[in-house]
Design a protein around this ligand. Structure first.
Ligand code: PMP
Length: 406
């Protein structure tokens, strides 16, 4: 594989530290990824040379910062192959992007008796906004189930869609099960009924090449911090035809065209959805993160992470009493598991003491936990900076958990 792992790891300062006198093994990448030096440097560069509020001034720094910010928008457009930069809305993360769509789409299109379809595997961020919007508007939230491997069934979706369905909101990749959903098939089915589809891309965009025109999704929402960029950055991609129609989400500076005493007209896209001073330094970091990912190549990343996932699945499968949640053939690089009836928190604490960061709990997916009838899982999620040696250390740690608690 065309991957210089030592060189890559050298780019991530945080990885080179000892935790409890052991080298840190960071397997909590689905919660947030670490940042390469290039991203940290971009933020420093911004504050040391370019810092200024954007879109507002005619002076040198303001113009420079504005240009850099708008360049970042162009890079993101290219990265996900959107048709136009006016379809790229900066937000503070996937959660804000999803709230934006749920709120604005609800106001514009959803009436009492209408239906929204989502799935049982959603993160709360792609569930609660739809649930609450449906409650407010007298609409009905319908929930797609999963099979034993943790996969959605497009056939079930087909049977669920009807003339009342206004939108389908599903995740591209599950943050609990790792399943890469058959989103192209879902979108194609939905479009046969002229129903738009929103994809929660929080776990998709850092692992897979994403081409929103090829997918033909109507909305795609993601966070910067899960793709090696700073916290507090994110994107809401929406097709221009929808964004033109949707009312603004937040009101204030930047998003207006003219303000009168009794009414206001709104700015053109994308600014209509970007009220207030944005996270400019974060966007500078996001731009650097995208450049970093493009340098590695998303196809290469997917191949290397697929190799790690295969290795980890094989090694962990050999552990007696382990139970996996999410066994689809189409998975991104994460593994959710339980060890007999050992509580995931107890397992996580012992694994932590061995220098390995895994996540334990419900992973912000309580409806899924209820459906699976479990309190939570232990989740190891891998990045391209992880290694098979680190997976071996996880296996040793799991055996230690069993020895101590089983
Ligand atoms: N959707 C999924 C699938 C996620 O994994 C997450 C983060 N765990 C989110 C949405 C929310 O992302 P954020 O907290 O960055 O807004």
């Amino acid at each position: 594989m065309n991957f210089n792992i030592e060189k890559i790891r050298a780019d991530f300062p945080i990885l080179h530290q000892q935790i409890y006198n052991r080298p840190l093994v960071y397997f909590d990448n689905a919660a947030s990824t670490q940042k390469p030096r290039q991203v940290i440097d971009a933020i420093r560069q911004y504050y040391e040379h370019d810092n200024c509020n954007i879109h507002r001034g005619v002076h040198y720094l303001s113009v420079k910062a504005t240009e850099a910010y708008e360049e970042a928008r162009k890079e993101i457009r290219k990265f996900i192959n959107a048709k136009s930069t006016c379809e790229i809305i900066f937000t503070k993360g996937a959660t804000e992007s999803l709230n934006l769509v749920a709120s604005s789409f609800g106001k514009r299109y959803v009436k009492p008796g209408d239906e929204i379809i989502t799935s049982i595997m959603e993160h709360h961020s792609n569930f609660v906004p739809w649930q609450q919007m449906c409650l407010e508007r007298g609409a009905r939230l319908r929930i797609l189930g999963i099979n034993d491997c943790g996969e959605l069934d497009p056939g079930e979706l087909n049977a669920m869609m009807n003339e009342k369905t206004r939108l389908i909101a599903v995740t591209h990749v599950s943050n609990v099960l790792g399943t890469v959903n058959p989103v192209k098939e879902i979108i194609s089915l939905a479009h046969q009924h002229e129903i738009p589809v929103l994809l929660d891309g929080a776990q998709g965009v850092s692992h897979l090449p994403v081409d929103v025109q090829d997918l033909d999704c109507d909305f795609y929402c993601f966070s910067g911090h899960k793709m090696y960029a700073p916290m507090g950055t994110g994107v809401m991609y929406g097709k221009e035809i929808y964004l033109e129609e949707l009312p603004p989400y937040q009101l204030g500076g930047e998003m207006i065209k003219d303000v009168f005493l009794d009414h206001t007209t709104f700015n053109e896209l994308p600014f209509k959805f970007e009220a207030g001073t944005p996270n400019v330094e974060g966007v500078m970091g996001l731009r650097a993160a995208i450049a970093y990912l493009q340098e590695l190549g998303m196809e290469n990343i997917a191949a290397y992470e697929g190799h790690l996932l295969g290795y980890a699945t094989e090694k962990l499968s050999a552990i007696e009493g382990i139970k996996f949640f999410g066994t689809s053939r189409h998975k991104a690089s994460l593994i959710s598991f339980l060890l007999g009836d050992i509580h995931p928190y107890d397992a996580g604490m012992i694994i932590d003491k061995m220098g390995i960061a895994v996540r334990t709990g419900h992973h912000c997916a309580m409806p899924l936990m209820d459906y699976l009838k479990i309190p939570g899982t232990v989740r190891a999620s891998f990045s391209f900076y992880n290694t098979t040696e680190e997976v071996d250390q996880l296996v040793t740690a799991i055996l230690k958990v069993k020895e101590m608690l089983a």
